[in-house]
Design a protein around this ligand. Structure first.
Ligand code: B12
Length: 316
């Protein structure tokens, strides 16, 4: 086994760093060789090398050594290769994140950490970061300060490189799960007066899921129809449940047919408020009477206000 594990010199050559740098990372950050056989120098295993690769890459990207070491220590173990020794297929010179990074603009360290976890396809770290932010800061702040910048960054990188589809899918799944957990933790009582739906053929559901979690947090009951709702089904749901407000999400021009909004306004049980939410809608094509929120916070406050006014009118 000793032969398959690596000496400090061999690791330094593989990573392109000095042996003294390895020694510093070992002494200061605990990222040292873990294989020890009496009578031999300590040797670096595959796991040690994988962690050091993360350390090298992140420090090269400008992350502070202490933060880089924190991420490196959290890295999952490499795939088993018989003995936990060096597994050449996994230790690829371009690193394990597919290269590059997700731009997050001026968002803070948590968003940068989330972007890195997304690049590593590290579902556990993604989920933990989101859950922590939701618990500490609530849904609206987590959406605006953490999730939106990373999602937009993934979209930006995808548009530039046509890559990152696997990152986008894993991230979407983790965001959905975290928002669903937040919604379940705060199930409001009372009738569901707000109906949430994506436009026909619209698959971008995350903003609506954020709205659902934010409404739950604010104690406002809702019904969520989810992705790709044909207009006839949407109108049927309105007629059967009589919501105070309908929020119809369109993310792209392709799904923003304004006749869906007109159908809501013409429904026998017309809602008090129809919100056209999302960047797909064009203000100049919206039917009169439809309101376009600017962001998540406004969508929450408009929904809460219309719920309150319906409840009030039923009491009077
Ligand atoms: C995740 C994602 C997906 C996931 C969605 C998973 C899910 N369950 O939602 C999947 C993989 C399914 C997907 C599919 C596709 N996607 Co996509 N996707 C994205 C991505 C990365 C994030 C989407 C998101 O949640 N954005 C949320 C925030 C970041 O968006 P925002 O525009 O800043 O939103 C703000 C405003 O809308 C405003 N706002 C106003 N009112 C309200 C109300 C509320 C309640 C809220 C919350 C906010 C709000 O505030 C928002 C911020 O909070 C975007 C990139 C992006 N920039 O959005 C691409 C993106 C939207 N997708 C894109 C494309 C092209 C597609 C596909 C067509 C790809 C394909 N070829 O199949 C399909 C579309 C299928 C369909 N018919 O819907 C393009 C759209 C380009 C365009 N403008 O037409 C984008 C922009 C990526 C890109 N740069 O190319 N996608």
């Amino acid at each position: 086994m000793v032969d398959e594990a690596l000496s400090a010199g061999a690791v330094a050559r593989r990573l392109g760093v000095a042996v003294t740098t390895l020694r510093t990372w070992h002494q200061r950050y605990g990222l040292g060789p873990s294989e020890h056989i009496p009578g031999h120098h300590r040797r670096y295993t595959a796991s040690d090398l994988a962690r050091l690769e993360i350390m090298r890459r992140l420090t090269a990207e400008g992350v502070s050594p202490a933060e880089a070491a924190r991420w490196a220590r959290q890295a999952p173990e490499p795939m088993p290769n018989g003995s936990g020794t060096v597994a050449p297929a996994r230790i690829h010179p371009t690193g394990r994140d597919g290269g590059g990074s997700i731009p997050v603009g001026r968002a803070g360290p948590a968003a940068r950490g989330l972007a890195r976890a997304a690049m590593r396809l590290d579902a556990a770290a993604i989920s933990e970061t989101i859950a922590h932010a939701l618990a500490a800061s609530g849904v609206v702040a987590t959406w605006e300060g953490l999730l939106r910048p990373v999602l937009a960054g993934i979209g930006e990188r995808h548009a530039a490189t046509a890559g990152l589809i696997e990152v986008e899918h894993l991230m979407s799944r983790c965001v959905s799960e975290a928002l669903a957990a937040a919604s379940r933790a705060n199930v409001p009582t009372g009738p569901a007066r707000i109906l949430l739906s994506c436009a026909d053929e619209e698959q971008h559901t995350l903003p609506l899921e954020a709205l659902a979690a934010a409404l739950a947090e604010a104690g406002v009951s809702y019904r969520m129809l989810g992705a790709r709702v044909p207009v006839a089904a949407l109108v049927e749901a309105v007629n059967r449940t009589g919501p105070a407000a309908v929020v119809l999400w369109s993310h792209t021009r392709a799904t923003a047919d304004p006749t869906q909004l007109s159908a809501l306004l013409a429904a026998p049980r017309r809602p008090l408020l129809v919100l056209a939410a999302g960047p797909g809608w064009r203000a100049d094509t919206l039917p009169a009477g439809v309101v376009r929120p600017v962001d998540l916070a406004e969508a929450v406050s408009l929904s809460a206000a219309v719920r309150d006014s319906l409840d009030q009118s039923r009491r009077d």
